[in-house]
Design a binder for this molecule. Structure first.
Ligand SMILES: [Fe+2]
Length: 220
């Protein structure tokens, strides 16, 4: 498994170590016909999301075929691995959240495709599917979403408090992300953390839809 860590939890002086609650966010690949090393984590819960390709995800006693749009929550203590049986790379994302002593967790993995949840609309033009919310067994994360924006659309500008983690990761398409007074071109593979901010908004200035993987811990 080739894993590239994009963002991690706050640590002075370390680039990309800016999250307040979530331990890490990575993009990962499994080359064709490769299998990841089986792993079991004691105090860590992982959330996987398949971006492209197809594979078999084994978690505990359950083995499921997974493909684009599928997510898996793997709670602590559940042995797991991912197997690519195709002649093309399997691309996926990994979120890691630490589980403190005494916090109750799921006993088995949860599998879901984001298309199983109904579509909602937010901030004018975000077309949102829940992948996982806290009731599904997330610990530090409050929501993991897949967001679509149609061509030539803009979201309304809004801000986020200091203790929030909110990250937008571009999967398909390209847009302009405005965070405070900074404007960046956000292309596939780019993650934009938007908290804290006095204002942020995403603009699709192209003639193609864009698709985002979103995760957040909200300040309560
Ligand atoms: Fe936001």
């Amino acid at each position: 498994m080739i894993e590239r860590v994009i963002l991690t939890k706050e640590k002075a002086g370390e680039e990309g170590a800016i999250m307040k609650h979530i331990d890490s966010f990575s993009r990962a690949y499994l080359e064709s016909y490769c299998t990841s090393t089986p792993a079991t984590h004691d105090n860590i819960q992982e959330v996987f999301y398949i971006v492209s390709g197809e594979g078999v995800f084994k978690a505990g006693d359950e083995a499921r075929r997974v493909t684009e749009g599928d997510g898996v929550i793997v709670p602590p203590g559940v042995p797991h691995f991912l197997k690519n049986e195709l002649d093309e790379p399997l691309e996926f994302l990994i979120l890691v959240e630490s589980v403190e002593e005494g916090v109750g967790t799921l006993k088995e993995a949860v599998f879901r495709n984001y298309r199983e949840s109904s579509i909602g609309q937010g901030h004018w033009n975000h077309l949102v599917h829940n992948l996982f919310v806290q009731d599904d067994g997330l610990v530090k994360l409050h929501s993991v979403l897949v967001v679509r924006m149609e061509a030539m659309q803009v979201a309304d500008t809004h801000g986020h408090y200091a203790e929030t983690d909110e990250v937008w990761y571009m999967m398909r398409g390209s847009g302009l992300h405005v965070v405070n007074r900074e404007v960046c071109r956000q292309k596939p593979g780019d993650a934009v953390p938007v908290a804290p901010s006095s204002g942020h908004c995403l603009i699709n200035d192209t003639d193609q839809p864009l698709q985002i993987f979103y995760f957040a811990h909200y300040e309560r």
